[in-house]
Ligand binder design. Structure first.
Ligand SMILES: Nc1ncnc2c1ncn2[C@@H]1O[C@H](COP(=O)(O)OP(=O)(O)OP(=O)(O)O)[C@@H](O)[C@H]1O
Ligand SMILES: [Mg+2]
Length: 245
């Protein structure tokens, strides 16, 4: 589903990705770990085709997103759902309009269909139909996270990317959400990449884990291997977060 092959990217003197190889299959969740500024969000932006690497190949559904037309790129992006830190909802729109935003932008969708899809996605994330008429300010933290996920899956994407690295905002991948990430994977074969500082949540969703440091993947393995490894980078990353950092 997603393939990064030998991806290099520097911002002037700052080499962020120095030959990254990553693969995520259908129905698989990859957790990308790494300290602040190590390039986690950069990888997600490259997959979305928002940033072009200096070299290397990036395939999403077999399409090389770094060398393709805007039209194909738009098609690829429609198959990717993105869940941002803190939800990134429009505060002046109801939950329903937040969810419907992309469909309204695309035009050509019957309003009845839009309402039906909004209700279907709310139900998927275990929210009641009436939540559609609430404003974001009226949501609890947990509801907000569910709404953010519901919005990301409005287009029934085959890939969902989660970017949640600021501890203070509260973790998107907190307990309620981990179950939903797994439900998407198991019921719909969604492939996911999860970036989170919440190591407990990461262990609850990750099929595989990759640790990014100084432009390289310095560790790759299953959850069990993460917990058992004596790789010093992984250990200090996990220990800092287990300690409540
Ligand atoms: N558009 C840009 N222009 C210049 N430098 C950038 C740009 N985007 C990111 N960077 C740099 O690339 C590096 C990686 O940034 P990135 O946002 O991917 O880190 P991150 O791993 O997501 O960090 P965090 O955990 O804090 O979210 C940082 O050094 C950052 O300053
Ligand atoms: Mg980031």
């Amino acid at each position: 589903m997603i393939d990064l092959e030998d991806v290099h990217l520097s911002f002037s003197e700052n080499t962020v990705l120095d030959g990254i190889w990553l693969e995520v299959d259908r129905g698989e969740t990859l957790v990308v770990m790494g300290g602040s500024g190590q390039g986690k969000s950069t990888i997600l932006r490259i997959i979305l085709g928002l940033l072009e690497p200096d070299s290397g190949r990036v395939y999403v559904h077999g399409v090389n997103v770094t060398y393709t037309s805007q039209e194909i790129l738009d098609q690829v992006r429609r198959q990717i759902g993105m869940v941002f830190q803190g939800g990134a909802l429009f505060d002046s729109l109801t939950v329903g309009d937040n969810l419907a935003f992309r469909l309204h932008e695309e035009k050509g969708h019957e309003e009845e269909e839009v309402i039906r899809v909004v209700q279907e996605k709310l139900s998927f994330v275990d929210l009641e139909p009436k939540v559609a008429s609430l404003m974001p300010a009226e949501l609890s933290g947990g509801m907000r996270k569910r709404v953010a996920l519901a919005r990301a899956i409005m287009g029934s994407p085959r890939i969902v990317l989660y970017d949640d690295t600021t501890p203070s905002v509260g973790c998107i991948a907190a307990q309620t959400i981990t179950a939903l990430i797994n439900k998407l994977r198991d019921q719909q074969g969604v492939a996911s990449i999860v970036v989170t500082h919440d190591i407990g949540a990461a262990l609850a969703v990750g099929d595989r884990f990759a640790m990014l440091k100084d432009g390289d993947i310095v560790f790759e393995g299953t959850g069990e291997e993460v917990l058992a490894t004596d790789n010093p980078d992984v250990r200090s990353f996990i220990d800092a977060r287990m300690a409540g950092a």
